[in-house]
Design a binder for this molecule. Structure first.
Ligand code: R5P
Length: 295
């Protein structure tokens, strides 16, 4: 109840102070609704605009990948250093503690195993389950140039429509497939198609020549996949170059969880992505942390 005795007018409407209208920190994301921007801020660090996503969804088509045989043993110690976890709903429900409050990017496409044609994927998740699991984004494979190209593009556009209804972002994972020529020209094509057709952000591979043309011509953020296991310094160098050439971070799996010391490697990757450290400096960090972890 208002106090009838109150005589002093205490309200201050600051009429001379312009209302704040700050642009959202991510490329291509200004026109998105509050809920989706909020979810993106759980994937990308608003301070740096970048992300270290930890990708552990490999089992959805290749079973117990080396390093992921026991996610509870090998991956849980890495979670404090991941901005975001990319995984399947099976692993999320069975293994990941619900006290993990950062972004979860859920694998939302699937179907064929490594024994079959990989591009023959379908949507493998209901949007209601993604909401139930509080997903920040849905990841979907887009096989540009692959046998089932149109089907996988349609998977992505359908998920983007569903995600837009609920404020859940769509991560298009492209330039995947066994026999792709991964050069900048192909990457520009694949990433741009995904962005044009509704992906909120795109995951692709780094290419050593003209990668900056891939990031420049894609109107939404690009994060790079790690790919096959490399020596740690090489993986850090790739991450460094990708970020310097316009990537908004990494979505790295094998180069973290198959490293000699995964907990040291993910921290070294953070040094490169968020700290802007040179690969050699980050590698020194890796060696120091590895030694500490070994006691
Ligand atoms: C593959 O399609 C999966 O989406 C992986 O998450 C992806 O390849 C990233 O993992 P990695 O860094 O091991 O390549």
């Amino acid at each position: 109840m208002p106090d009838p005795e109150q005589v002093k007018e205490e309200k201050n409407f600051y009429p001379d102070v312009p209302a704040r209208a700050e642009p959202f920190f991510l490329k291509g994301a200004n026109a998105l609704d509050w809920g989706m921007q909020n979810r993106l801020a759980r994937i990308f660090d608003p301070q740096t605009g970048k992300t270290v996503m930890l990708a552990i969804d490999h089992g959805y088509f290749q079973g117990p990948t080396t390093g992921l045989e026991r996610v509870d043993v090998t991956i849980l110690p890495l979670l404090p250093y991941a901005d975001t976890l990319m995984c399947t709903r099976g692993i999320l429900r069975a293994v990941i503690p619900p006290t993990f409050t950062r972004g979860v990017v859920l694998r939302a496409s699937g179907g064929p195993s490594i024994l079959k044609e990989l591009s023959n994927e379908q949507i493998a998740l209901d949007i209601e389950d993604a909401v139930r699991l509080n997903a920040a984004a849905l990841a979907v494979q887009v096989f540009i140039g692959g046998e089932y190209e149109t089907q996988t593009v349609h998977n992505m556009t359908r998920l983007a429509d569903l995600g837009n209804c609920y404020g859940i972002a769509t991560l298009a994972v492209t330039a995947v497939g066994r026999e792709m020529v991964r050069d900048a020209r192909y990457m520009r094509l694949a990433c741009r198609i995904c962005a044009e057709l509704g992906a909120t952000y795109v995951k692709t591979y780094y290419v050593s020549e003209d990668f900056e043309t891939v990031t420049a011509s894609c109107p939404v953020p690009i994060v790079i996949a790690g790919g096959k296991k490399l020596p740690e310094l090489d993986a850090l160098t790739m991450a460094y170059r990708a970020v310097q050439e316009g990537a908004a971070g990494v979505d790295m799996g094998r180069n973290i969880f198959q490293a000699e010391s995964p907990v040291a490697m993910i921290q070294a990757v953070r040094e490169v992505v968020h700290g802007g450290r040179k690969p050699e400096e980050a590698y020194d960090c890796y060696l120091t942390l590895k030694q500490e972890a070994e006691g």
